[in-house]
Design a binder for this molecule. Structure first.
Ligand code: HEM
Length: 484
């Protein structure tokens, strides 16, 4: 009787029929997160697919994902041992490493360094804000130039430079001009990082694809070289810091990390982890924030009425005499609502970085063995019909209470930074960056789309969803405010 009960408790995982050799690879389509959601309608929120030689459990919907990541947080906190993950950050990444005691220490060090440079006290908060304001004003200058004589331009690259500069200023105490060619080239190569590590990428689950010429193989080779190049770049900066290190003066995050890892009593990490950590932070802090801003501008241009309403409230709260600051955030619920709706609607990190199980786990009555790859479909949380009314409609006001305040229960339901043990450690700084950049740009400009283009919401899939190239014009809303 116990035997029958156990058997019933541990049902086999449901899922579509998997073909020999390729499994379900051919069914993923251009937008795997949408396919995963469709499969969830048929097989339930927890099911299994097969990609190449790997079984993969896909988790969907608000309730199953929250339960897995919060109530079974340790069991779902692993990362698969994909070959591509070893190329990241010189093999010493904290993001692409399996769950272990050492990973916990590595994550703690990175987390406390971020805190020390962004929110530890009012001084660091101010210094962090000043970095962002300096970047936002430089970005505004660049937009102004690009919009000369009413020209339309593609904002992708300036946004990438701006977001990268914030994290570079924190990590290296240095920023780069929008015209710095070396920096531009490096960043444009990084753009392709997410193609390989996004859920559904085939390079790791079909290793035999590397033995003959095909598009997957060239993506993989490109991934390897872009990681080597990026790591070498960051390492050279860390070496400069190491050579001029003074324990009495912490200039930036690189110094702080050198201090903890190389001179701290508690760290058991070797010195190579310094460059690994800094590479992770610069990589993670750049693409995500710029992609978010890229979507925000697209949606502002697409919905001019929403843009005008936001500008009206910014002018009312901030006035035209100064730039918006972080203190204005609590009075600008409508802007926060716009940002949350942008994150929810686009779900621009549609599936988290792949997870894996750290032990056997019985979840929703299903048995999942240790070391199973797990995909967590964030898009499905943000479009879950049980949670959201008309999830396919872009409607920032869904986050506002009747009195105009922010509905914090609902903003807490948006899932873009994941949750549980692997939750993003840059979520707080990312939110401050996105708020300030958006507020300052909206205060300074009206964004209009090129009438000769069809402003579509189509995008390319990877770790982040990126809008296809579009052009806008940034029209100054008055005298520009220059901050030194
Ligand atoms: C991990 C989202 C900005 C550092 C992640 C993950 C997501 C995410 C979805 C994977 C979580 C998982 O696998 O379950 C975002 C978004 C951002 C953002 C949407 C901006 C809007 C940042 C910034 C930093 C950062 C600014 C740091 C400077 C990291 C790190 C991890 C991570 C280090 C790995 C955590 C781990 O594996 O333990 N982020 N992120 N992120 N993020 Fe972010």
């Amino acid at each position: 009787c116990l035997w029958v009960r156990n058997l019933r408790l541990k049902r086999r995982l449901p899922g579509p029929f998997a073909w020999p050799v390729v499994g379900n690879a051919m069914q993923l389509g251009q937008m795997p997160h949408i396919t995963f959601s469709k499969l969830a309608k048929k097989y339930g929120n927890v099911y299994q697919i097969r990609l190449g030689c790997s079984n993969i459990v896909v988790l969907n919907g608000d309730s199953a994902i929250r339960k897995a990541l919060l109530q079974h947080s340790t069991e779902f906190a692993g990362r698969p041992n994909f070959a591509s993950f070893q190329f990241v950050s010189g093999g010493n990444s904290l993001t692409f490493t399996n769950y272990s005691k050492q990973w916990k220490m590595h994550r703690r060090i990175a987390q406390s360094t971020i805190r020390a440079f962004s929110s530890a006290n009012s001084e660091t908060k101010k210094a962090f804000e000043q970095h962002i304001v300096a970047e936002a004003t430089d970005l505004a200058r660049s937009f102004s130039k690009l919009s000369d004589d009413g020209q339309y331009f593609n904002p992708a690259h300036p946004l990438t430079v701006a977001a990268a500069n914030v994290i570079c200023a924190l990590c290296f105490g240095k920023r780069y001009g929008h015209d710095d060619q070396e920096f531009r080239t490096l960043l444009s190569r990084l753009d392709k990082f997410g193609e390989t590590v996004g859920a559904g990428s085939l390079v790791d689950v079909m290793p035999w694809l590397q033995s003959f010429p095909n598009p997957v193989r060239s993506v993989y080779q490109n991934f390897k070289s872009l990681n080597e190049e990026f790591f070498a770049y960051v390492k050279s900066k860390v070496v400069q810091h190491r050579n001029t290190f003074d324990p009495e003066v912490t200039r930036d995050m690189s110094d702080a990390i050198i201090n903890v890892i190389e001179h701290g009593k508690e760290s058991t990490l070797t010195k190579d982890y310094v460059e690994g950590t800094v590479t992770d932070l610069v990589g993670a802090g750049q693409d995500t924030v710029s992609t978010c801003l890229h979507w925000s501008l697209l949606l502002l241009a697409k919905y001019p009425n929403i843009q005008a309403e936001l500008q009206e409230s910014i002018d009312r709260v901030v006035s035209r005499d100064r730039l918006p600051s972080i203190e204005d955030k609590s009075s600008l619920a409508c802007l926060e609502a716009f940002i949350y709706e942008t994150m929810r609607y686009t779900s621009f990190v549609p599936v988290t970085i792949p997870h894996s199980t750290t032990s056997d786990v019985t979840f929703e009555g299903l048995h999942i063995p240790k070391d199973t790859i797990v995909f967590i479909n964030q898009w499905s949380v943000n479009h879950d019909l049980q949670k959201w009314k008309d999830p396919h409609v872009f409607n920032p006001s869904r986050f506002l209470n009747e009195d105009g305040s922010l509905n914090k229960d609902l903003t807490g339901s948006v899932m873009i930074f994941s949750m549980g043990k692997r939750r993003c450690i840059g979520d707080q700084i990312a939110k401050v960056e996105v708020f300030l950049f958006t507020a300052i740009l909206l205060h300074q400009f009206c964004f209009e789309s090129d009438p000769t283009q069809d402003l579509s919401l189509n995008c390319s899939y990877g770790l982040t969803l990126k809008p296809l190239d579009y052009r806008i014009c940034a029209k100054l809303r008055g005298k520009p405010i220059n901050v030194a």
